[in-house]
Ligand binder design. Structure first.
Ligand code: ADP
Ligand code: MG
Length: 375
């Protein structure tokens, strides 16, 4: 429970940071630069197609927020004045989309489709919904690309360390309990049949989609809003973000990357994104401490234990939020050097904060530098 409150606080504050920057950017408009860029390029005016006005003053940013997946969501929509009356129906639609993802993928709901699969017997093929299959198959591809650094079968270990839905003991488990949970982990013990949209456990597996479902939820909400004709939207669930289009003043959405500090909030870096998703994983929000050691909610599936290296946070940019979310956790397991190597080899944009004496050192992959640092 305590952990959930921490998470909710985290995302509400992140939302506020995003909002705050939004306000700052709108105020910047007074200096003329943003407005000029906007009005001097009518061809790229994102609102040009929206009747009956192409005057940015006729557009407003609306906010929607609420609880979901043990955390919260924050959405910003740019709407022309003549569509303002639709905001209530967007709010209901968004709620329904997120509630559906929870009924499919939550381990916190004992009746969710995922929980039902977790309760099923090993050795049997179980047909699952297309969305659940899609997310599990994306997770499996991350597992094989990372030789098991990312692994949704890590659930028994997550629960044992006290980061699952039931108990939060804040205790280091016994070697016996660890071994028992460890034997139930391994992504290659989960078989997939794409044609039948079916899954089979070859051991007593318990799947945990917490590291990827929030990102999937962001994508689904965005998809829903786009289907309603919206072109300028920012969606955030628990710190995972995807943004399309621009703000009414013509500027891009500004996102704050936090400094990885537990007791305070500070901004490490601000980036502008357009038509991109971004997710951050870190060891500074969800953890417990015992005998001077920090035990993070990110588990290394190869050791059965929380990660132990100097990577404090990693931010990943990707075209969709499901992959950004999963990749962020994957990099968090890998640690700084392998993560940077993997990102550069696979042309992924990542930004890492690595603990160093007295603070943090920033590391950007080549793709990240090209996008954000060279400007
Ligand atoms: P973060 O923002 O730190 O990435 P997430 O909520 O996205 O946090 O993912 C962390 C959650 O993922 C953990 O609470 C746990 O449920 C699950 N998890 C932990 N270790 C792994 C792992 N190695 N692979 C996949 N999921 C994991
Ligand atoms: Mg994640």
């Amino acid at each position: 429970m305590q952990l959930n409150i921490k998470k909710i606080l985290f995302s509400v504050l992140l939302g506020l940071i995003v909002m705050g920057l939004g306000v700052a950017a709108l105020q910047n408009k007074k200096d003329g630069s943003q407005t000029e860029a906007y009005s001097s390029q009518p061809a790229s005016n994102p609102f040009a197609a929206a009747p009956p006005s192409d005057n940015p003053a006729d557009f407003q940013v609306y906010s929607l927020s609420g609880p979901t997946m043990g955390t919260s969501y924050n959405i910003k929509l740019v709407l022309p004045a003549y569509r303002a009356n639709e905001i209530k129906s967007f709010a209901l639609g968004v709620k329904a989309v997120l509630a559906k993802v929870e009924t499919q993928m939550s381990t916190y709901q004992s009746t969710s489709e995922l929980s039902q699969f977790n309760d099923s017997f090993k050795g049997e093929w179980v047909v699952v919904s297309k969305p659940l299959y899609k997310v599990i198959s994306a997770a499996q591809s991350l597992s094989s690309r990372s030789q098991g650094a990312f692994d949704i079968t890590v659930g028994p270990l997550v629960n044992l360390w006290g980061f699952g839905p039931s108990h939060h003991l804040d205790q280091v488990p016994s070697a016996f309990a660890l071994k028992e949970a460890f034997d139930r982990v391994g992504y290659n013990k989960l078989l997939l049949d794409a044609e039948k949209s079916a899954l089979k456990k070859e051991a007593d597996l318990y799947l945990d989609l917490s590291a990827i479902a929030k990102g999937y939820g962001v994508d689904k909400v965005l998809e829903f809003l786009v289907s309603k004709g919206l072109e300028n939207v920012l969606v955030e669930v628990g710190g995972e973000i995807r943004a399309i289009g621009l703000k009414p003043n013509g500027s891009t959405w500004r996102i704050a990357i936090e400094s990885p500090l537990s007791n305070t909030r500070a901004i490490q870096k601000v980036i502008n994104i357009r038509d991109m998703a971004l997710a951050t994983s870190g060891d500074y929000r969800n953890y417990f401490e015992k005998a001077g050691r920090r035990y993070s909610h990110t588990i290394n599936p190869r050791t059965g234990k929380p990660i132990a290296h100097k990577l404090a946070s990693v931010t990943v940019l990707h075209e969709n939020c499901m992959m950004a979310d999963g990749l962020a956790t994957m990099f968090m397991v890998m640690g700084p050097e392998p993560a940077l190597q993997f990102a550069n080899k696979n042309n992924l944009a990542i930004f890492m904060l690595v603990k160093s004496e007295g603070g943090f050192t920033e590391f950007s992959s080549r793709a990240f530098s090209q996008l954000f640092d060279d400007k």
